[in-house]
Ligand binder design. Structure first.
Ligand SMILES: CC(C)(COP(=O)(O)OP(=O)(O)OC[C@H]1O[C@@H](n2cnc3c(N)ncnc32)[C@H](O)[C@@H]1OP(=O)(O)O)[C@@H](O)C(=O)NCCC(=O)NCCS
Length: 179
């Protein structure tokens, strides 16, 4: 399985970031195609100089093959992330490696974080396979909550990884019948 390296993004990466977002198709994001104006707008809104979010380029042999961004690291809510592997590099194990790596980074660096959340579209089977493989448990099913650029509305699925499961290698099920 390929093990990417992780290079932190800084404010100096904004142009490269806008290029990366515009260069690939993102079929399971709200915007499948990101035009230059939209990319610039998205990138301007990202805090790339610390704060309570972090972002990394994923690189293989010096080539950028993906982007990983986590936010809400210090706020009251739980951190959540977005992962985008470049077209041509999907399905090769990079996503799995990155999701595993992120758990170590977040739980290791932020002792107050007890859980990491992730949301994806119901039909994003690759993302869901990665989440399950990395110990995330489905906690929510949002019916007709995820619009796409073509006018359709999809279900969304909410997952989380608990620190205790990550530390012990366990899987705590959701108590669906709990009061
Ligand atoms: C989703 C994504 C992050 C996953 O990363 P990846 O590097 O492609 O994932 P991996 O190669 O580690 O694993 C994907 C797994 O899903 C499986 N998979 C892929 N497409 C599938 C499909 N249509 N049906 C079922 N399983 C599928 C693969 O077979 C693989 O499992 P395996 O290793 O057991 O064969 C990546 O494909 C991506 O960036 N997609 C576009 C952006 C995106 O959707 N991001 C997520 C936003 S929430």
């Amino acid at each position: 399985m390929p093990e990417p390296t992780y290079r932190p993004l800084t404010g100096a990466d904004r142009d490269e970031l806008a290029r990366f977002l515009g260069e690939h198709r993102w079929p399971f994001h709200v915007r499948e195609r990101v035009g230059p104006a939209e990319a610039a707008e998205m990138v301007a809104a990202w805090d790339l100089d610390g704060g309570d979010s972090r972002a990394w380029w994923l690189e293989l042999n010096g080539q950028v093959v993906g982007l990983l961004r986590v936010e809400d690291l210090d706020t009251w809510g739980d951190p959540s992330w977005d992962l985008r592997i470049a077209e041509g590099h999907r399905g090769a194990g990079i996503g799995t490696a990155a999701v595993r790596w992120l758990a170590g980074e977040v739980f290791g660096g932020w002792p107050g974080v007890g859980r990491i959340e992730a949301q994806t579209r119901r039909d994003n089977l690759a993302m869901r396979a990665v989440l399950r493989r990395c110990g995330y448990v489905k906690e929510a099913h949002y019916r007709r909550a995820w619009p796409d650029q073509h006018g359709a509305v999809h279900d969304g699925i909410g997952y989380a990884l608990l620190r205790q499961d990550w530390e012990r290698g366990t899987t705590t099920p959701v108590d669906w019948n709990g009061d």
